[in-house]
Design a binder for this molecule. Structure first.
Ligand code: ATP
Ligand code: MG
Length: 429
């Protein structure tokens, strides 16, 4: 992809209300554009990141055996009245249509998915069922803030599972934890599983996936043994001996919740009268679980965790492109055409090998190209210039390294392919 063909550009000044690194850097790098508080357009590069995050989520949900659906975001008031949530969910966006008919924009989908599954899962032989969607959710958050971390329209993957017995539910719930940890790890985030409130769904705990970072709104008490509780429900404080292992000392840290899974028990199946005759002939209330991940919040969290004073550092798995190829202009016409020729074939050969290239072919100063390369934060920067061609080479610099080195023209494509295959170096903590 040629840089000059890409819609959007980097901007020098940070937006005045950018209150966090992700808001500032994603806007400056031209990945997102704010329409109003908590609502953003994804520009081409931002969209590529968001789509890669969604693809990782999709991959892990499919591996869990769940089926993807896409439910409407526009939902009727009646659906929410049946579960007594029309007035209870304070962030619900409500709207009025013709003839005074009322609607809500989906903030979550239990009310929609439960009657849907009820139509198809009519016999015990149809269970368990697990369905998910990746869709924008709408929440009238009192304070939208921190860029993609807390929006009023944001991307969510919501998965719902349906079971006829508790053990079957528990097995799936445990399996989902593994899938969630895979998602975050593949996105370059080291998430902790943290016990949290079950909300108004259940007396039991829910489990949050929390990524430690300064700008996190949550506070987590944890021990190295794996014990972790959200401050909201914590039975421990900093310095206590961990009740989990009876040896470690409890520490605290700020964190961002990137995912949350809940046992719903029969909270929704009761209200929506979803009962099925079990194998033994008895009617049982269906047991449910719900499982959320925010791909847009994940994208913002990656920037919170992986940035420096020059810009962002994308893990290879979610970088909008893998390589920033900068061709530097020459005053000499012959040299310039040689630079263009090498850069063109390098771009084409890398793309053919599955390495995604953003080729900065603009006629701008090297300093400007390097500043943009650092800001945008693609994991590998390659430079073609008079100087490198004098050595029959390309300059190679990884975003997280300080030093550049030369790689010969003959080896460059193979080395880039190997680099792409190599394990990720950018994982938090
Ligand atoms: P929070 O406590 O941060 O308000 P929540 O517990 O209400 O979030 P859930 O209903 O559990 O959120 O939503 C599932 C996931 O959706 C969250 O783990 C998070 O990744 C994402 N998410 C929730 N609210 C927002 C938001 N306003 N902006 C961006 N992502 C969000
Ligand atoms: Mg939550």
């Amino acid at each position: 992809m040629k840089y000059s063909k890409l819609f959007g550009k980097t901007v020098k000044d940070a937006p005045h209300d950018a209150d966090s690194p992700n808001a500032r850097l994603l806007t400056q790098a031209g990945f997102i554009n704010q329409l109003m508080a908590g609502v953003y357009t994804y520009m081409p590069m931002g969209l590529r990141v968001l789509n890669k995050v969604k693809d990782i989520v999709r991959d892990e949900m499919d591996a869990l055996g769940a089926s993807e659906v896409f439910m409407p975001a526009l939902t009727p008031k009646e659906a929410w009245e049946k579960t007594n949530r029309w007035d209870k969910i304070d962030v619900l966006f409500k709207l009025e249509g013709h003839g005074g008919k009322e609607y809500a924009l989906g903030s979550t989908h239990e009310e929609i998915v439960t009657p849907l599954v009820k139509q198809y899962a009519t016999s015990y032989k149809d269970f368990p069922v697990s369905v998910y969607q990746i869709q924008d959710k709408f929440r009238n958050e009192p304070r939208a803030k921190s860029g993609l971390l807390r929006g009023r329209e944001f991307s969510m993957k919501d998965l719902y599972s349906f079971h006829l017995d508790e053990q079957d539910f528990l097995d799936f719930y445990e399996k989902s934890k593994g899938a969630y940890l895979n998602v975050f790890k593949r996105c370059g985030l080291n998430a902790k599983i943290v016990e949290a409130s079950g909300g108004d769904f259940t007396e039991k705990n829910s489990h949050e996936f929390q990524v430690p970072t300064e700008n996190g709104e949550d506070m987590v008490f944890y021990c190295d043994c794996g014990f972790a509780q959200n401050k909201e429900i914590a039975s421990v404080k900093e310095g206590d001996t961990c009740p989990g292992c009876s040896k470690g000392i409890i520490k605290s840290e700020k964190a961002i919740e990137v995912g949350n899974i809940f046992p719903l028990e029969d909270r929704f199946s009761k209200d929506l009268n979803f009962k099925v005759q079990g194998a033994d002939g008895e009617m049982v209330n269906v047991i449910m679980g719900c499982y959320g991940i925010g791909p847009s919040r994940v994208m913002g969290s990656i920037v919170e965790v992986h940035h420096d004073d020059k810009g962002m550092l994308w893990p290879k798995s979610v970088a909008p492109f893998h390589v920033y190829l900068a061709s530097l202009s020459s005053k000499d016409e012959d040299l310039q055409s040689r630079i263009d020729e090498v850069a063109t074939s390098l771009h084409d050969d890398l793309e053919a090998a599955g390495v995604e290239v953003l080729w900065d072919e603009r006629d701008t100063r090297p300093g400007e190209k390097f500043a943009d390369a650092d800001l945008i934060g693609l994991p590998l920067r390659l430079v073609v210039s008079e100087k490198t061609l004098a050595e029959n080479s390309i300059e190679w610099k990884e975003r997280h390294e300080d030093d550049a080195r030369l790689v010969s023209l003959d080896d460059i494509v193979e080395q880039a392919e190997q680099w792409l295959e190599a394990p990720e170096r950018l994982t938090s903590h």
